[in-house]
Write a protein that binds this ligand. Structure first.
Ligand SMILES: CC(C)(COP(=O)(O)OP(=O)(O)OC[C@H]1O[C@@H](n2cnc3c(N)ncnc32)[C@H](O)[C@@H]1OP(=O)(O)O)[C@@H](O)C(=O)NCCC(=O)NCCS
Length: 211
């Protein structure tokens, strides 16, 4: 499938989502890759990962960005030559990018029951108690939003030692709002984030702006 969805969040922020239905060859024919990217692609063990990685190149092309303009820092955080911010996510058969003049992070997660078992690894007891009163599907959805928010914030800050459970608190929210906020307390710093989320098929897509 070509581009699945474009969301113009504000005049300087765009999200592009790709549903990966094409074969490796179909995608590969449509992108122009620099040598470094080609080497990364060659080193990937899973074809699904390769297809998602190529889909990200399709998405940046849609946004008018070439693979030659996209780079990674030593931790794997992507950045652009033109100074705008970019954040990337891929999960199973979806890939998404956000490009903005503001500091942004994006994450996409499949909603699965398994998240209930690992909840205590990334949310603190107070957050957990508040959430558990919801029915199971809502509980999974809310946990997935929290997880995605913390991943998106981690991608913005890109700092070693950040614990999702101890350092990032997502405020309570109702699913209908599609918006909440979060706070990162780390290294004597307190940073606020605006968190937005939406459902894309059975996935939750979360994007966060540093305030
Ligand atoms: C790096 C990390 C943020 C990637 O997230 P993910 O959900 O596994 O995978 P996603 O597909 O959403 O994101 C992958 C993309 O994130 C970007 N990325 C990788 N490292 C990054 C970093 N340090 N900072 C910002 N972005 C990063 C890359 O663009 C990457 O895709 P690409 O290399 O194909 O371009 C994640 O693996 C991680 O390290 N999280 C923090 C660790 C942690 O605390 N985990 C949970 C504790 S309970």
């Amino acid at each position: 499938m070509p581009l699945f969805k474009t969301i113009n969040v504000n005049p300087t922020t765009q999200i592009l989502i790709w549903k990966v239905t094409e074969s490796f060859d179909e995608l590969f024919q449509k992108v122009v890759l620099k040598e470094k990217t080609q080497l990364r692609l060659n080193g990937m063990k899973s074809e699904l990962h390769q297809r998602a990685f190529l889909s990200v190149r399709m998405l940046i092309q849609e946004a008018g960005i070439s693979d030659f303009d996209l780079h990674y820092d030593e931790f794997g955080k992507p950045y652009l030559d033109d100074g705008r911010y970019i954040s990337i996510t891929h999960s199973h058969n979806f890939a998404a990018v956000i490009v903005s003049e503001e500091t942004v992070g994006i994450d996409m997660e499949l909603q699965r029951e398994k998240i209930i078992r690992i909840a205590d690894k990334f949310v603190n007891e107070k957050e957990l108690k508040r959430l558990q009163s919801f029915d199971t599907l809502d509980y999974i959805k809310k946990l997935t939003v929290k997880w995605g928010a913390k991943e998106a914030i981690f991608k913005i800050r890109n700092e070693k030692g950040i614990s999702f459970k101890d350092h990032i608190q997502v405020a309570s929210f109702s699913l209908a709002e599609n918006k909440t906020h979060a706070c990162l307390f780390f290294d004597d710093l307190e940073k606020m984030f605006e968190v937005n989320y939406l459902e894309v098929e059975n996935f939750i897509l979360v994007y966060a702006f540093e305030k």
